[in-house]
Design a protein around this ligand. Sequence first.
Ligand code: F6P
Length: 537
Amino acid sequence: MKTSTKTLYAQLQQHQKTMKTLSLRRLFEDDSHRNDRFSAETSGIYFDYSKNHINSETLKLLCKFAEHRKLSQAMSDLLSGKHVNNTENRPALHTALRFQGKPKTEQEFMVAEAKKKMSRLVNSIETQQWLGFTGKPINTVINIGIGGSDLGPRMITQALSNYKKNVDVKFVANIDGADLCDTLIGADPETTLFIICSKSFTTLETLENAHSAKRWIQQQGCPDKQLKQHFIAISTNLPAAKDFGICDKNILPLWNWVGGRYSLWSTIGLSIALAIGMEHFEELLLGAHQMDKHYATAPLQNNLPVLAGLLSFWYSQFWGCSSYAVLPYAKRLSKLPTYLQQLDMESLGKNISKDGEPINTPTGTVTWGTEGSNSQHSFHQLLHQGNQLIPIDFIMAKKPMSPLIHQHAYLQACCIGQSQALLKGKTLADAETELRHQGLDEASIKTLAPHKVIIGNKPSNTILIEELSPQNLGSLISFYEHKVYTLGVLLNINPFDQWGVELGKQLSQPTYQAIIGKESNTLWDSSTNSLIKKARS
Ligand code: F6P
């Protein structure tokens, strides 16, 4: 760590000691305007971060650290297309995918052209002009892809299922053949179209599933020369897509300046556009663009993604928090935590700095969660009474997502009730009074009351969106993308590469050869050798 970094860390450590003595309860009691001071709103997103272990001094010190890391400059480098992905020597221009108005830059022109082609494809399927090998229109689309070529489109398609058009969109990712086989149960080969989504077109899972899908449709009677009616590819690797047998006309371009986990806004979003219509896909892009504009222009202390990044930095570096939970109180957002796992952990789970120096402080935070209120009946016990400090992002919508209005009020009540319980907790005196009201005798009260104590003082953010619409969802995802970039800058990490995943991929090839009995390696460790032997059966 450089001296000034060390000094600023020391100041924040010292400040943390003070903040630790001030409970969240106390912070709220002492300042009736706390919520006004620690909340902000933009692009359909209201961000309440008042239930955190912070005061204005905390934000001042965190912003000072951000300035030391030249965050504002780094933000404009990202948005202006500088090579922020230094280990791969390229820009990370996912924001160019959602530009609005007339194209100006080279990348925007490419995006505009690709979107025209994408729009034509969507239109021909929607209007039933795209026909399968027996002349029937396509009614089922299966997206074959993994990681960034799956998680975003899968999450959004579910989140916006109430905007569904007349095409059924399904997803296959896993190398486990059960994924493809289960998805193909009941599928009609005459009306099914596969989108092979792979930035690299070299990913094991995607290629194996794509070949199996091709064999399936051939076995179902599709003549080779009509296979083109059932396959679209999205990739940067045109030769590989063509080698697979997909014709030029059916290949949508993708570019190296779009990271896999930032690609849902690109042609990789074709499955989204087919599921909800091109017009709603455009609204998703618009929402993301509005958040980009906010990120680019709002001062650091009012900038939503920056604030979220600073808070995450505060907890991971100074409060020992190694995980954080995302709890969307919206059934349709149940896949958001899984999507955020890749965004957060593939971007920030690194022990080497941008400049190639080892990092000794904690970096990527374990991201996990599921939808509320289900989560309350599985793991909230640990959130309330466990010893770990786990910051939480609660997400809820103002407008109901079903006609059952009273259930929506309960859903909101559950969400708000949980963040309040985490803040307040329950004292021993409160627990005793409660038991006394229930008519328990004093001996039983003494035994039981300690078990009912909840220390509280647990931090959370609440993100309130107006309604779960394409535009607001676009803003929400863009908010998280920029939060991750902010953290990358604060931690001095390149959030756009993922070298860590390579070794496992490399080792799976010789291991596969050994399992199918073609090659064994006595130099491998005894555990690996024995597992291979047993797996062979
Ligand atoms: O294994 C990691 C990864 O490279 C991700 O970053 C990426 O989203 C995923 O694999 C899929 O890659 P592709 O789109 O090239 O098939």
